[in-house]
Design a protein around this ligand. Structure first.
Ligand code: DC
Length: 229
């Protein structure tokens, strides 16, 4: 099986770029942030403080988290049988996901689920620790990044499109705080693997970034994308 690990801070374009590249190579796209978001949402629904490690850890035993693909090939997250794919995108769930993801037991709980996906399929998997912890032997590791203002602008535009009321400053502030939290945590912090290729997407169009990632995948695997992006 072929695996491509794409890590980086929030809003660097990881999911959009990974999804597009996976489609072109016929790989499965695994969005691991969605799994942490599902645990963050579960804490919210149960009224559990996401920073209360013990409460979050004891919540894990009663959780049934499933990652599925619908008929259109989109990843869906099920929490105790209910499809929560939309709810996990609410802005407050981002920070909850970041908080629960700092708990080592939460990360441990999700390791097998992520590795199994890569054992069964050719994958492009995105997250924060894919190249460093989850798939240290990935065929290709990319660390996607961009300036904070660029990333916040993309996130802001996405939220506006979804009809979420917010301001650019709020989005920037949240993004900077979340990256700081993800980078400073002791357990599997956000960082580029030593053998990752660092790609700065600042100022790139989406097409340019997809095309750059596809070029790296082709170079490393010998495969060619089905269509030019
Ligand atoms: O990629 P995202 O913004 O949906 O991720 C939400 C949070 O989940 C992110 O702030 C940190 C955490 N996360 C993680 O710790 N490890 C991953 N592999 C993916 C996400």
């Amino acid at each position: 099986m072929i695996s491509v690990a794409i890590d980086g801070p929030s809003g660097a374009g990881k999911s959009t770029i990974s999804r597009a590249a996976a489609k072109l190579f016929g790989f499965i796209y695994v969005d691991t942030g969605a799994i942490y978001r599902t645990i963050g949402l579960a804490a919210k629904l149960r009224g559990i403080d996401a920073s209360d490690n013990e409460a979050v850890i004891s919540m894990l035993t009663g959780l049934d988290i499933e990652l599925r693909y619908n008929d259109s090939g989109e990843q869906c997250m099920l929490l105790n049988g209910a499809d929560v794919s939309r709810d996990i995108r609410l802005p407050d769930v981002s920070m909850l996901a970041s908080k629960v993801s700092a708990i080592p037991e939460v990360r441990e709980y999700l390791v097998d689920m992520q590795r199994k996906m890569a054992q069964m399929h050719n994958v492009i998997m995105d997250g924060r620790d894919i190249g460093t912890v989850i798939l240290p032997d990935a065929d290709l590791k990319i660390f996607l990044t961009a300036g904070a203002e660029d990333r916040a602008r993309r996130r802001y535009e996405e939220l506006l499109q979804k009809g979420v009321e917010t301001t650019f400053d709020m989005v920037l502030d949240e993004l900077v705080k979340r990256d700081e939290q993800d980078t400073r945590r002791a357990a599997a912090p956000l960082k580029a693997a030593d053998d990752a290729i660092v790609l700065d997407t600042s100022g790139n169009t989406l097409e340019q970034s997809v095309s750059e990632v596809c070029r790296l995948i082709s170079e490393r695997t010998g495969l060619t994308p089905e269509q030019a992006p």
